[in-house]
Design a protein around this ligand. Structure first.
Ligand code: FAD
Length: 410
């Protein structure tokens, strides 16, 4: 059976049923696919169908930390985060559903020896109008009373940062797209993109044929597969990452910021039910490639959790008394330069990709939806120049460069 979002359960099509016709077909119901669907529906771009092989948010999106910060190491990605933040702040008005954004601020902690690099990065962000500044240990204590800074450590504070409710964002985009006429179908797996010569004509699925002159791949960690079928190499590797969860002790209090703690190689954020969500900031995921994104260890490794708590407790001594609540394994979709690919696929007419968000894409989803809709409807992205995110950059040896030593932030 196929389930439609908020709609009735539809019977599976039999072989002799007619193919479904649409104008634009999106593959993947993560935050990117649903954001693109909503933007295209808003633009009245024609009949939009989104096909998701399992359920909304089943890939990286549903497991995301969904930290929304503008601390990036180049202007393009910082601007993408900046534009998207403005949407998340008022998501209920802009898209619909309940509010999704909790503002906490973001603290970046580095070793003093890297101060010049941090200052240069802050200056770049300030030029874009982003509210970031260095803060002393005393100021940090006012912002977050539980935090400790060693004498040789430096902190910067981005006041506007926060996090969003990841699953709600995906659900709200899907619902808003559906209200504007988009057709969102779950349990439909795209097995092949259909073409006549160089022209894309639709997709083959477990339910049969969908005809469409325009197809968008928003397939997260699965991205390489459909590209391969088309003879296009999408350099996106699924890699396993892990998240640890700890319940804050009773005397922790309510205030907590998000941290990019480069001294510990750790990020962490407050989350529901007085919990802290923590994960690695060392870029170690590339050591854990996953061949089949449908089959990987979704539990956290037992041996990985205690050292994470130890590192967390160095920044937050109160967390020595925290309660471990386990964790989970999830997938990043990593490209060679850890930046996404937003492009039309070369040599083919009518196929686009929005893939490879490399563990930091959630915060960009609003502007990505807008940019992809512009690329498809207007023939080029207008809100920002996305040339640096073209697929050909890898063959041209022109990756997105991160001059900052903490470029793992993106
Ligand atoms: C643990 C974790 C923490 C993260 N933390 C942050 C963070 O703090 N801030 C941030 O900005 N980003 C973060 N990210 C990254 C962010 O979540 C991702 O970049 C983003 O969710 C990617 O969305 P997507 O739509 O591209 O991919 P996905 O969410 O993976 O969606 C792809 C979808 O495509 C479907 N699909 C694939 N192949 C097919 C097919 N053939 N037919 C039909 N459907 C198909 C899949 O089922 C899946 O639902 C984190 C990610 C993880 C895993």
């Amino acid at each position: 059976m196929r389930r439609d979002v908020h709609g009735p359960t539809l019977p599976v099509k039999s072989d002799n049923q007619m193919a479904v016709n649409c104008d634009i077909l999106i593959v993947g119901g993560g935050v990117m696919g649903t954001s693109i669907a909503w933007h295209l529906a808003q633009r009245r771009a024609g009949r939009v169908v989104l096909l998701e092989k399992s359920y909304l948010g089943a890939g990286s999106s549903g497991k995301s930390g969904a930290i929304i910060r503008q601390h990036y190491s180049n202007r393009l990605t910082a601007s993408m985060a900046q534009k998207s933040l403005r949407v998340f702040e008022h998501f209920d008005d802009a898209v619909g559903g309940p509010p999704v954004f909790t503002r906490t601020g973001l603290v970046v902690v580095i070793n003093e020896k890297d101060k010049a690099g941090l200052e240069a990065n802050l200056a770049m962000q300030q030029e874009l109008g982003i509210d970031v500044r260095l803060v002393s240990a005393q100021v940090l204590a006012d912002i977050d009373p539980n935090a400790r800074l060693a004498e040789d450590e430096i902190a910067a504070f981005e006041a506007e940062a926060g996090y969003v409710e990841a699953v709600q964002v995906v659900a709200s985009y899907a619902e808003a797209a559906r209200k504007l006429g988009a057709d969102i179908r779950l349990g439909v797996e795209v097995r092949q993109v259909a073409r006549q010569g160089n022209k894309i004509v639709g997709v083959e699925t477990n339910e049969g044929r969908y005809n469409a002159g325009c197809v968008i791949l928003a397939t997260g960690p699965w991205a390489a597969q459909l590209g391969h079928e088309l003879g296009v190499k999408l350099p996106v590797q699924a890699c396993r990452t892990q998240v640890a969860l700890y319940r804050r002790p009773p005397d922790f209090g309510r205030r907590a910021a998000i941290y990019a703690d480069f001294v510990q190689g750790l990020y962490f954020k407050p989350t529901h039910g007085e919990m802290i969500h923590a994960g690695s900031l060392a870029g170690e995921e590339t050591n854990h490639p996953v061949d089949d994104p449908d089959s990987y260890n979704e539990a956290a490794d037992g041996a990985w959790l205690p050292p994470v708590r130890q590192r967390l407790s160095r920044r937050y001594p109160a967390m020595h008394r925290s309660y471990g609540r386990g964790g989970y394994g999830a997938l990043y979709a990593i490209t060679p330069d850890w930046h996404p690919i937003l492009d039309k696929l070369p040599g083919l007419d009518g196929i686009y990709c929005s893939v490879g968000f490399s563990g930091h894409g959630f915060k960009m989803a609003p502007v990505v939806g807008q940019l992809m809709a512009e690329l498809i409807v207007d023939g080029q992205a207008k809100a920002l120049d996305i040339g640096p995110l073209r697929l050909a950059r890898f063959d041209e040896n022109d990756p997105v460069k991160t001059p900052y030593s903490y470029g793992v932030m993106g």
